[in-house]
Every structure is written in structure tokens, then in C-alpha cells.
Design a protein around this ligand. Structure first.
Ligand code: M6R
Length: 590
């Protein structure tokens, strides 16, 4: 949620900053901006739109200078407009700041400056350059001013500040939002995501909560909140798996859906002994709580069924944004499992921090290596699906499911069996993808003007109904609800009318017979039934055929056509499924 980058060195800053922003755009894409310092002083270009559109309007390459900061925005405070886009400046236009996070007490701090400082935007961020300006006017250096500023602000932040009074220097600070620095041959960088470092940035260091750093072209030094110099180790940069392009696909979402048979096979590249140890942790724990958001939470719901069905271990799933309200019941005998693709979702981070405060053991299931979550959890499982670029999670979901199968089977000493079964399923997935794509595209074309979709399923497939509905809402902007099929008659049935699409996930398993009853109830009210199943029934108006697999493994094959349906509905409505409006890939604010 918002991406920031800073560079100071021997090369022209604007092209390097722009290039890094292209890799950060998944974090926010409603507006973008760059500020550079040259002999002429501080110059800024910022506008509303996708980065490429902003560049076309502003031409970032016209910015001169060897020091620059850049930002891609996902709006929290203030409308999406050019004034609210970052960087933000002080009254004299000498200091510029880019920020990711929320300064919670910005209004109170602005109140102190009433009449003294001129605020142009509606953002919380704008308080930062003015606070820095105020401290510098009192004789403080840029770094001293930033340290003083961090003592006044509350909330979460990763920010970078530059001043034309000290060109060459970038000062940054962080609390609860990701930020790291890197040293390369051409100079120093700071960014939200190591994937944005250019090649050759081979020494890196994480900025820890509360720390402030000063970057010059040759050096980066760190200070603690008291302003004392810190000795910091830089590690050799391991590199981030390159995110390949779209290849033959028009959109990353479709590419990532298609990659799933391969990425699923990567999920099972795990250490058996480690899983045996984790299985013992789960079985020993007095209570197990899984916490996650969005798609990752639906993977957790499948996990809950698996733990119960395979290993007879009950656990609960708590939405991370609600976790704090249950923390009274978390204690040292609790195991908290956090699931997150990005490993930096603020709600998940908050939950894990609370769990740790209560003495609980924490296990994270994460995709992004070296993410904040991996660094605070006691134990970490990597899902290994590679970079997921599309905002809509697809391949990370199926790999998260695979990890839950491995854990559940390890709890009954059958890790190897789970590995084999998942490997087999990956081949079934290829079949269902190749077999159904075109048919689903035709259904999407027929239904593209519908306003509401309902997704129903039972048992382990209920989470898949919810995930299918989330995918549809997210990328096509059609209202959709996923629910246990038995729940339909308790209220939602009132909304089923002639032609309303009801997507029924009804594999030929222990849920099929009761699903038939629920489909009949919907059909009797005029509902248009789209059956996702390996078993035909005349009740379907459209039948999306899937492969038969072992009962408990259906989620891995039923989700694929639902992802495809969401994608094709988005495309048939002319939407860009990779960058849905109002959303971002990493949600780093609460
Ligand atoms: O990175 P995380 O898995 O923690 O993200 C959680 C949700 O924000 C995420 O799954 C979101 O719901 C997806 N965009 C859904 O496709």
C-alpha cells in the first residue's frame, strides 16, 4: 500500500527512481510522483493515473539531479487527485517527503501550526515536511529534524525526506511499514520492497521499527529513536526472484491462473522433518487459531476443515482485522498461524504482534521471502509460488491450500502421501484449465450484464464459494456473495429472482445430494444454476465440468474455473483485472 523509493548517487536519479516505481506499482496505482534536487533546487512532478500515464503527462526524465525520491499512491486520506499525490513539500518548497502509512495524529499536529504553515493537500503525510521545516528553522540538521519529527508522530510510517539545503542526502524513518536500504556501485537506495532495487545493489539492511537513517552516495548510517548512532550489519543481497513478464498472456491474472499446475508442484518442496515438527506443535497446542485476510483467510478456512477432518484437531479462523477483539483468549498455550501472501498485511502483522505479546507461539505461511511477517514469526513456511503480480490472488491461494494439506497429513504421519496426492492433483489442474477456458469465456459473455452473483457450496467447498465470489467482486466489480448452501434459505433466497446466476460448487462428494436440494430451492425461484462439478445433473443451466479427484482435494480443482470466470467476466466488461480500482496488492494500513 503505497510504494516509496529514494536514490542518491552518481547517476541521474529520475530514470532510476522511475524504473523502481514500475516494480512498486503493485502497491498503489492511483497516482505517482517523483522529486529530484538539482542545481536549480527541488523539482517535483506528480499526477493522477497509472505510472505510465503519469509519465506520459509529466515526462519524469525532464527532472535533473542525482538525488531523488518517488512514490506510487493508494489513497488513504484525501481524494485521488494531483494535489494529494506524493511527494509533499514544506512552505518554501525546499523539503519533499514520500510516505507509506498513516500519521494518525496529523490533524492535531496541523492545529499547532495554524496560521504559521500553509497546507495544500488533504493528506496526513503533508504534516511531515512541515514538521521537518519547523525543526530545521530552529537550527536542526535534516536528520535531527526527522528524529524530532518521529518523536511527535503516531501511527505507521515509512518515509523519505530530502531538502535542497543539503543536496545528496536522503533521510528516512520507519515504524510498522516496510523499508530497507541498499548500497550499490552507483549509490544508495531506500525502498519498500527489495524487488525494486536495481541490479548491483548488493548490500542491504532492514530499517527496524523506530530507526532513522541518513543516506549519501557512499554511505548509510542509522540512528535509534534517541538519536544515537547504531552499528548496523549489511548483508549480501540474495536477490529477489525476478518477476517474469506476461509472456503470451494479456494479463498477469490469466498467466498466474495458468501457472498453477507448476506452482503447485513448487509448494511441496518442503522439509519433511520440519513439517513433522510443526505437526507436533499443532497437536500439542491447547488451542490453534489461524489468522489471515481476504483470499488468505479463505485458504485458512479450508485448512480448518482439513485439520478437523484429517487429524480431528479443531481450530478457529479469525479475520486479522478482528483478531485484537479476541486477544483476551490468546495465551502461551495457543498456537497462532498467520497466512499471508505478501507477509506485510498490516492487520496480520498486528495480530501476530499481539499473539507474541501474549506469549503464543507463531507460525507464518508466507509467499514473499524476507517479508516483515517472516521476520517476526517463530516459524515460517514458504509457499514458493514465486512473485504474484496481479492484485487478485490466484496461485498463492492454491499454494496456501497445499501447505494446509501437508500440515494436516503430517499430523497423521502422512506427509509423503500428501506430497504424492498434491503432485497428482497438479496434473488434474492442467486438464481442467485446458478443457474449460473457452466454455467459461462463453458463459462470461452471456452473463456480463448481470448485477449480482451468488456462490454456494457445502463443507470444505464453502471457502471456495467465498473465494470465487471475492475474485468476481474484485476484478469485475459485480456484486457477489459466497455462502454455505444450507444458509441460502435463511435470508439470501429472498434475492434470488428470474435469471440471477447461482454458481453451485457441487463436486461429486459428501456434499452433492444436499447441494442438489439447495440448487432446486434456488432454481424454483428462477435462479440460473451454474454447476461446477464432475457429476452432471439436469438441474444445471450451465455445467462447468471439473476432473474427479479424491473427496478432500476438490478445493484445488474447483477454484480454477471460478478464477477463470472472474477473469473472463472482468475482460468482457472491459476491466483491467491486474489493477482493480481502489485496491492494492499489499495492504500495509489497518
Ligand atoms: O498478502 P495477504 O495474503 O496478507 O493479503 C490479504 C488480502 O489483502 C488479499 O488476499 C486480497 O484479498 C486479495 N487481493 C484477494 O485477491
Amino acid at each position: 500500500m503505497c510504494g516509496i523509493i529514494g536514490y542518491t548517487g552518481n547517476e541521474a536519479a529520475a530514470p532510476l527512481v522511475f524504473e523502481a516505481l514500475t516494480k512498486l506499482e503493485y502497491r498503489g496505482y492511483d497516482s505517482a510522483g517523483i522529486a529530484c534536487i538539482s542545481e536549480k533546487g527541488l523539482e517535483i512532478k506528480k499526477e493522477v493515473g497509472l505510472l505510465s500515464d503519469v509519465d506520459a503527462k509529466c515526462n519524469f526524465s525532464l527532472l535533473n539531479g542525482h538525488v531523488g525520491i518517488g512514490h506510487v499512491r493508494w489513497a488513504t486520506h484525501g481524494k485521488v487527485n494531483a494535489v494529494n499525490a506524493h511527494p509533499h513539500v514544506d512552505c518554501k518548497g525546499k523539503i519533499a517527503v514520500v510516505h507509506n502509512g498513516i500519521i494518525e495524529n496529523y490533524q492535531e499536529l496541523m492545529g499547532r501550526f495554524k496560521g504559521k504553515h500553509k497546507f495544500l493537500s488533504e493528506t496526513d503525510t503533508e504534516i511531515l515536511p512541515h514538521l521537518i521545516e519547523d525543526f530545521m528553522a530552529k537550527g536542526k540538521s535534516l536528520e535531527e529534524a526527522v528524529i524530532e519529527t518521529t518523536r511527535l508522530i503516531h501511527g505507521s510510517y515509512a518515509f523519505l525526506a530530502i531538502s535542497s539545503d543539503c543536496p545528496e542526502k536522503i533521510v528516512g524513518a520507519r515504524k510498522d511499514s516496510p523499508l530497507l536500504v541498499g548500497l550499490g556501485e552507483s549509490g544508495s537506495f531506500a525502498t519498500s520492497d527489495p524487488g525494486a532495487f536495481p541490479a548491483g545493489t548488493n548490500r542491504q539492511a532492514f530499517v527496524e521499527d523506530g530507526e532513522v537513517f541518513v543516506m549519501t552516495p557512499e554511505n548509510i548510517c542509522f540512528f535509534n529513536p534517541e538519536g544515537n548512532l547504531l552499528q548496523k550489519e549489511f548483508s549480501v543481497f540474495k536477490g529477489v526472484p525476478a518477476s517474469a513478464g506476461k509472456g503470451e498472456y494479456d494479463y498477469f491474472m490469466l498467466k498466474e491462473i495458468a501457472e498453477q499446475p507448476d506452482t503447485l508442484r513448487c509448494s511441496i518442496e518442503q522439509e519433511k522433518n520440519f513439517f513433522t515438527e510443526l505437526a507436533m506443535d499443532i497437536l500439542r497446542a491447547k488451542q490453534v487459531v489461524i489468522t489471515a485476510c481476504g483470499t488468505s483467510r479463505y485458504a485458512a478456512l479450508v485448512g480448518r476443515y482439513l485439520f478437523s477432518r484429517v487429524a480431528k484437531k479443531f481450530c478457529d479462523v479469525i479475520m486479522s482485522s478482528e483478531f485484537q477483539y479476541f486477544s483476551d483468549s490468546i495465551d502461551a498455550a495457543t498456537l497462532v498461524i498467520a497466512v499471508s501472501q505478501s507477509g506485510e498485511t498490516a492487520d496480520v502483522m498486528e495480530g501476530v504482534k499481539r499473539a507474541k505479546e501474549k506469549g503464543a507461539m507463531t507460525l507464518s505461511i508466507v509467499n514473499r521471502p524476507d517479508s516483515l511477517l517472516t521476520r517476526i514469526s517463530d516459524k515460517v513456511i514458504h509457499i514458493n509460488c514465486g512473485p504474484e503480480i496481479s492484485v487478485a490472488a490466484t496461485k498463492s491461494f492454491t499454494n496456501q491450500l497445499a501447505i494446509f494439506y501437508l500440515l494436516a497429513y503430517s499430523m497423521v504421519n502422512q506427509f509423503d502421501l500428501a506430497v504424492k496426492k498434491i503432485n497428482d492433483i497438479s496434473h488434474n489442474m492442467s486438464y481442467s484449465m485446458n478443457g474449460t477456458g473457452e466454455y467459461i469465456q462463453q458463459i462470461a459473455e452471456l452473463l456480463k450484464d448481470e448485477n449480482d452473483f451468488y456462490y454456494i457450496a457445502r463443507g470444505i467447498n464453502y471457502a471456495i464459494a467465498s473465494e470465487g465470489a471475492l475474485k468476481l467482486k474484485e476484478v469485475s466489480y459485480i456484486h457477489a456473495e459466497g455462502m454455505p448452501a444450507g444458509e441460502l434459505k435463511h435470508g439470501t433466497l429472498a434475492l434470488i429472482d428470474k435469471g440471477v446466476p447461482v454458481v453451485a460448487i457441487c463436486p461429486n462428494d459428501y456434499t452433492f445430494d444436499e447441494m442438489l436440494n439447495n440448487m432446486a430451492e434456488a432454481k424454483a425461484r428462477g435462479g440460473l444454476i451454474i454447476g461446477v462439478s464432475d457429476r452432471y445433473d439436469p438441474i444445471y443451466d450451465h455445467w462447468i465440468k471439473i476432473n474427479e479427484v479424491e473427496e478432500i482435494f476438490y478445493p484445488l480443482v474447483t477454484i480454477v474455473p471460478l478464477q477463470q470466470l472472474a477473469y473472463h467476466l472482468a475482460r468482457s466488461r472491459g476491466k483491467n483485472p491486474d489493477k482493480p480500482r481502489n485496491l492494492a496488492k499489499s495492504v500495509t494500513v489497518k
